[in-house]
Design a protein around this ligand. Structure first.
Ligand code: 5GP
Ligand code: MN
Length: 358
């Protein structure tokens, strides 16, 4: 059964911030009362988990916190304690705008630039409050923020938040529910500790979450093994019918249309992770997903790479996007056929690198 949790030696996390920065952050937080916490558009486990945990910490300081996200989070994250109180800008723009206007501080989590807020960007920029960034993406746009905590080497924003809360002395008051949110964010951003998870300090952080009696098995099941039949059929249909191999099996492209989503009773998040599937093929270095957006007339592009090929530059050059070395994304104008042509062109442009990698 469960591990003995009390007999462990004392766990210490290395400091995240240098003393002067820590003081500056403490000063910043001391001077504010009303706070809006937000994260990137199309929020994932790390975005939602870090927002909930950071908001919970701020509330222990007596702050009045509103969590507002640009768009909906996936259904498989609805179990997250506190997720139901999150305001979705797309559904309640006026309420979110008011919270932003009244805020003394806006915390932007799991994003490195304001454009990642999509349709919420204008309202955040219009707010007079200073901004705090807590993130782990490369190249943070620090000019737009009064204070930036950016750690691109870290697994997830949830890890950054945990270490920040630890250094700020908030760990003792952290609840089991909050620890579960942080664990879920770390778990999802590392593919259940498959990638971005080599740093020994990460496991000290995880140990601190386990000390809060996080039920990792149950979280794993809720996030990864709670598929509907529709999702199961959607994945098998897309992979068997819509996927093409390129560059001698080094790359693959698949499409997902609105019509296919509808016919499989698509719910938010059903396509998440699908882009990773082709990388299970031996020799595969790049997977490109082209998905019609359900609200805007655009095609959402997701790229994943492995084996020494890195997809971020391709996302910037061909797909109006960016991201991490091995997980990037972007968007293309409608329709899907034109997006397929662009993806084919992108693969052709990188064919040499794709063949040479590793
Ligand atoms: P996903 O494929 O999960 O939507 O996105 C993977 C990563 O790509 C994200 O974590 C983010 O860093 C990056 N990304 C996705 N879409 C965009 C985009 O439109 N613009 C930029 N700059 N980055 C994106
Ligand atoms: Mn993240």
């Amino acid at each position: 059964m469960k591990n003995e949790r009390t007999s462990l030696p004392r766990i210490e996390l290395p400091d995240l911030l240098e003393a002067p920065d820590l003081l500056r952050l403490v000063e910043l937080l001391r001077g504010v009362q009303r706070i809006v916490v937000t994260a990137h558009h199309g929020p994932d486990g790390d975005a939602v988990g870090s927002c909930l945990a950071w908001a919970a910490y701020l509330r222990t300081l007596g702050k009045q916190v509103t969590i507002a996200l640009p768009s909906w989070y996936p259904d498989f994250l609805r179990w997250m304690p506190g997720s139901r109180e999150i305001l979705i800008h797309r559904d309640r723009p006026a309420q979110v705008r008011r919270a932003l206007q009244e805020a003394d501080l806006v915390c932007c989590l799991d994003l490195n630039e304001l454009s990642r807020l999509n349709q919420m960007q204008a309202d955040v920029e219009a707010a007079k409050a200073p901004r705090l960034m807590i993130d782990h993406h490369e190249r943070p746009d620090t000019d737009k923020f009064a204070f930036t905590v950016s750690r691109p080497r870290m697994s997830s924003t949830c890890e950054v938040v945990l270490r920040l809360v630890w250094q700020l002395g908030g760990y003792g008051e952290m609840t089991r529910s909050t620890a579960a949110c942080l664990y879920a964010g770390i778990m999802t951003d590392t593919g259940n500790f498959a990638y971005n998870s080599d740093a020994p300090a990460l496991y000290l952080a995880v140990a601190l979450l386990m000390r809060k009696r996080v039920d990792k098995e149950s979280i794993y099941k809720k996030v990864y093994h709670s598929w509907t039949q529709g999702k199961f059929k959607l994945w098998s249909d897309v992979l068997s019918q819509n996927l093409t191999f390129h560059a001698d099996g080094r790359a693959s492209v698949f499409t997902l249309s609105r019509e296919e989503m509808k016919s499989h009773k698509f719910i938010r998040g059903d396509a998440e992770g699908l882009v990773n599937e082709p990388l299970k093929v031996r020799g595969m270095r790049l997977s490109i997903s082209l998905r019609e957006d359900t609200e805007e007339d655009i095609v959402r592009v997701s790229l994943r790479s492995t084996g020494g090929f890195h997809c971020r530059e391709m996302a910037e050059r061909f797909f109006n996007g960016g991201g991490h070395d091995d997980a990037a994304g972007g968007k293309l104008p409608f329709p899907l056929e034109a997006a397929v042509a662009t993806a084919t062109e992108a693969i052709a442009a990188y064919e040499e690198e794709l063949r040479a990698a590793d």
